[in-house]
Write a new protein. Sequence first.
Length: 257
Amino acid sequence: MSNLAYEQARSPAPSFDLTGKRVVVVGGKRAIGLGVAQAAHDMGAAVTVASRRRISAEERPDLASFDQIVLDIRDEAAVKAAFDSIGFFDHLVVTAGPELGSWGSFMDPDMRGVRSYLEGKFLGTWACARHAAPYLQAGGSMIFLTGGAGARAKFGLAAVTPTFAAVESLSRSLALELAPIRVNTIRPGFVDTDFWDVLPAETVEEIRAKVRANFPAKRIGTPADVGHAAVFLMTNSYVTGTVLEVSGGELLVDWIF
Ligand SMILES: NC(=O)c1ccc[n+]([C@@H]2O[C@H](COP(=O)([O-])OP(=O)(O)OC[C@H]3O[C@@H](n4cnc5c(N)ncnc54)[C@H](OP(=O)(O)O)[C@@H]3O)[C@@H](O)[C@H]2O)c1
């Protein structure tokens, strides 16, 4: 077989089809993770969603299509036990992260904020990747989640910017260490989820208005936008070690939330 024919055999025609694949979304019971879980399910995957709570079918009928796992990504033993119980699968997505504002400020009297943020984001993502890796099938991938702050420092986000940068950097390292398993990061812009609910309702409304006015895409992002990108990363076997921005062009403009 010629070199080109060999590569073409490994480069299937473009398809978002995930029929027969198993996808695990850590953080997938709501918000961005749920958008990813729904997109993968719509493309034919069997999806397992994980978070700290088991949610009943009565409370959330929209979760009925998914298997549920309970785990706290800050608890390495629980993460290992969860992946041991899930067994072999194809694509890992980790969207879970600490609550808005939980990271504290640089001048706080102690380092509790940054320690818990690193634990809930960077080390939690690491734990999921580490304990999922033995179970990922050939052709599989991992996707991590950061945000625009990973690329541009903002006042008050001293813990977030380096943590997101570390997660993005980890995805490049693992793209090498775990190859041919592919590892990528999605960097969303503003996505309208309950992540923002800790802010007063009028503040969130102001943020939405600023996003619609200033972001080049002239609209707010949705979990489905991130889900679409995640399915692309799962199904394109030549994309690894990248950060895919799904942000409406957030980083091209100045805006303060
Ligand atoms: N929304 C945005 O505009 C935006 C933009 C840029 C970046 N981000 C980043 O993306 C992350 C996800 O955003 P989102 O809007 O989907 O947030 P979200 O509404 O806060 O959802 C977070 C999800 O992660 C789970 N989770 C949180 N801590 C966990 C833990 N320790 N172990 C296991 N599961 C945990 C939560 O479920 P349980 O509570 O049941 O555990 C929930 O399903 C955020 O942390 C943020 O860093 C968000």
